[in-house]
Design a protein around this ligand. Structure first.
Ligand SMILES: [Zn+2]
Length: 276
């Protein structure tokens, strides 16, 4: 009987929270059956670190981008810096992210966030890469901005919208990724959104080091904990974990592997790079 394999489509394992034991964290992750993970940056420094880690670790893939909460501190030439990172780590860079909008109180000015979001959506379009989108309290606004980029591919990460938002995102061709917070007792709305997600648009993630799933709540999250989220989702959707894991792996591979860049670069795909 084959064992399920897991994909963590969003884990910030390059961050300082893992500086003490990153090797152990990654070993536990592969030992748990995780096949590969996507490691997104939130600013120039963490995007650079994501690229470095991806170069060292065959099953870590990088995403580069400036997060909406970090955009006010970004250097004025941040687009040139992201382009330079893409030039350096292009072979292992599979997305622009995480980028987006965050309209929680206290976040940077909405107009500034929107400028950074649109500029990085354009960067993704230029590079032929998908986007990893953060959209806290701004799902509708994020999808509206994304709708202006024909052919754009991407994932709405750590999804916190309604079932109608899920249907809209999936209808626009985007994937929707859920994190461990759907296991929390108070997350009924997120579980309803999950059930509205077409299976071929569904991804899962840990968002490590944040939001550990039950029963790991209260600890630092790490990619191996994705196993709990897969089991919770399989039970919520009344599906077999093995079947679910195969579907998600296929969706994740199509999203992060299917970009135009490969056509002219003639690069190897995730299967070659990130599969044991
Ligand atoms: Zn994140």
């Amino acid at each position: 009987m084959s064992e399920p394999s897991y994909i963590d489509t969003h884990a910030h394992v390059q961050m300082a929270e893992f500086d003490e034991d990153r090797k152990d964290v990654l070993r536990r992750c592969w030992d748990s059956g995780v096949r590969w993970i996507v490691c997104p940056g939130v600013d120039i420094a963490t995007s650079d670190l994501a690229g470095q880690l991806a170069q060292q670790e065959p099953n870590v893939l990088a995403a580069i981008g400036v997060h909406p909460e970090d955009c006010a501190d970004a250097p004025s030439d941040y687009l040139a810096k992201l382009s330079a990172l893409f030039a350096r780590y292009g072979e292992k860079t599979v997305a622009i992210g995480e980028i987006g909008l965050d309209f929680k109180e206290g976040t940077p000015d909405h107009m500034v966030q929107m400028r950074f979001f649109e500029e990085q959506l354009q960067l993704a379009a230029d590079f032929g890469l998908p986007v990893i989108v953060h959209s806290r309290f701004a799902v509708v606004e994020s999808l509206s901005a994304m709708s202006h980029f024909a052919g754009l591919r991407g994932v709405m990460h750590c999804f916190g919208g309604t079932p109608a938002d899920v249907e809209q995102a999936a209808g626009m061709g985007f994937c929707v990724s859920f994190t461990g917070n759907l296991t929390y007792p108070g997350a009924r709305a997120t579980r309803e959104a999950l059930k509205a997600c077409p299976l071929d648009h569904l991804l899962l993630e840990t968002d490590s080091p944040y939001m550990p799933p039950v029963p790991m709540r209260g600890t630092r999250n790490e990619p191996s904990f994705i196993v709990h989220t897969y089991h919770a989702v399989a039970s919520l959707l009344d599906r077999d974990v093995l079947d679910l894991s195969k579907r998600i792996e296929q969706t994740a591979r199509e999203l992060f592997n299917h970009h135009k860049r490969r056509e002219h670069a003639g690069e190897k795909n995730i299967q070659d790079h990130a599969q044991p």
